[in-house]
Design a protein around this ligand. Structure first.
Ligand code: FAD
Ligand code: DHB
Length: 433
């Protein structure tokens, strides 16, 4: 058994783990990252593509924004299509100048990996059988196996950045966790191709045949999605069938402009809303998909991961530099307030844009009426735009200041946060003592 020591052991080298490592490195905090897959495998997963301004700022703060600013595409709006008609949502105009950045998760992950390697920081890829211990004590440990050799890391904190199927959340006693979940009765079939995008901006389509999304990674690379039944298998979808179905869900202009080509990647992702409360268990913290999942409509998953990690890095820096526990104690409640806002928007946008055949034609009529309202209301359009560009980072603090103007309400809220941690602590203690 080989023993190492670090301040923060990070499990998972997806965007959450890598960004946390980079933010902590710049603040002088030592980390080790353990990743179960190889670096190439991590880079091979095609996922998110739209960054909110807050995430762009965080990547700049982490010192990895240069390529994103050079190659990423700033989008000032997107299009909503319904009954074959399009309406542009002018993000810039409706939000007082805010925009989003189209830059793929793969590229962002590559930038973070390269920065970590250039700084000589320690990442273990292909780390097998990662286990976490003693996170309810002052001395947490993480064990893993690499090339047949057992290793142990002694640390001050564990950051669970290991995604939905990770080991960190599943190491917490069930009684310490409250889970909220909704599984949707369809998935998204995604296709990536080296073809110019059908439109300069993204198009979210509610069609009779189901939802479709026309997205992009660059001016020469497109990413498209189709709503498909959960029973569909990706091998059954030829490229031709995909292009044919997408074309049917588009309008005439889209069909004219659509350039088809060989797929570079095709996959089906199920849709789920999922949150656990709390996100802190003694000295172990969950961030990103390890603690919550949103359905992809609205592109919030990666952006939420980035802000969790920002709050977590601030909490650790406060602990080491200011010798204060305040950020650590506030972490869970601070993230959850933001997470629930994004969960609500993603759930609502999913419900508005997809076909729910089992609920009958009345749902299509409700959607039609709501889209008709939204498209003809500045307030409605502004609400979509504000949610799409995302909340500012200090949303929690602003919200808290507003609440503190109402002392009785504030007291109730503060009590519930403490209750959340003591409930979790009691459940962990019951299991471990
Ligand atoms: P992940 O990216 O999942 O990274 C977790 C890492 O932990 C992985 O590298 C994993 O290998 C590693 N790991 C897991 N278990 C262990 C273990 N036991 N030991 C060590 N390492 C471990 N969001 C959008 O905004 N738009 C999209 O279009 C979109 N599409 C998606 C498609 C799919 C199929 C999925 C799964 C997600 C998608 N998302 C999308 C969500 C977005 O990609 C995630 O929110 C984002 O990847 C979260 O980053 P993360 O680092 O928290 O988790
Ligand atoms: C992409 C994915 C989304 O879920 C979304 O809302 C916008 C873009 C994408 O992969 O490009």
């Amino acid at each position: 058994m080989r023993t190492q020591r670090t301040q923060v052991a990070i499990v998972g080298a997806g965007p959450s783990g890598l960004l946390l490592g980079q933010l902590l490195h710049r603040a002088g905090v030592h980390t080790i990252i353990l990743e179960r897959q190889t670096g190439d495998y991590v880079l091979g997963r095609i996922r998110a593509g739209v960054l909110e301004q807050v995430s762009v700022d965080l990547l700049d703060e982490a010192g990895v924004g240069a390529r994103m600013h050079k190659e990423g595409l700033v989008h000032c709006g997107f299009e909503l299509m319904f009954e074959g008609r399009r309406q542009r949502v002018d993000l810039h105009g409706l939000t007082g100048g805010k925009t989003v950045m189209v830059y793929g998760q793969t590229e962002l992950t590559r930038d973070l990996m390269e920065a970590r390697a250039a700084a000589g920081l320690f990442t273990v890829y292909d780390a097998q059988d990662v286990r976490i211990y003693d996170f309810d004590t002052e001395k947490p440990r993480v064990c893993y196996r690499k090339d047949g050799v057992e290793h142990e890391i002694a640390c001050d904190f564990i950051a669970g950045c290991d995604g939905f199927h990770g080991v960190c959340r599943s190491s917490v006693p069930r009684a310490a966790i409250t889970e909220f979940e909704k599984v949707y009765p369809f998935g998204w079939l995604g296709l990536l191709s080296d073809t110019p995008p059908v439109c300069d901006e993204l198009i979210y389509i509610n069609s009779e045949r189901g939802f479709a999304l026309c997205s992009q990674r660059s001016r020469t690379r497109s990413r498209y999605y189709l709503q498909v039944p959960l029973t569909d298998r990706v091998e059954e979808w030829t490229d031709e069938a995909f292009w044919d179905e997408l074309s049917r869900r588009l309008d005439d202009e889209g069909r004219d402009k659509l350039v088809t080509g060989r797929s570079l990647e095709k996959s089906i992702a199920p849709l789920r809303s999922f949150v656990i409360e709390p996100l802190r268990f003694g000295r172990m913290f969950l961030a990103g998909d390890a603690g919550h999942i949103v359905p992809p409509t609205g592109a919030k998953g990666l952006n939420l991961a980035a802000t969790d990690v920002k709050y977590l890095s601030m909490a650790f820096v406060e602990y080491y530099v200011d010798k204060s526990q305040a950020g650590i104690d506030a972490y869970s409640a601070r993230c959850l307030r933001r997470i629930w806002r994004a969960e609500r928007f993603s759930w609502w946008f999913t419900a508005l844009m997809h076909r729910f055949s089992e609920d009958g034609p009345i749902v299509g009529k409700f959607q039609a009426a709501e889209l008709d309202y939204l498209m003809h209301s500045q307030a409605g359009l502004r609400s979509i735009a504000e949610n799409y560009v995302g909340l500012p980072l200090d949303f929690g603090e602003h919200h808290e200041r507003q609440r503190s103007a109402h002392p009785s309400e504030f007291c109730g809220h503060a009590g519930s946060v403490e209750g959340e941690h003591s409930r979790a602590a009691a459940a962990i203690a019951a299991r471990f003592n």
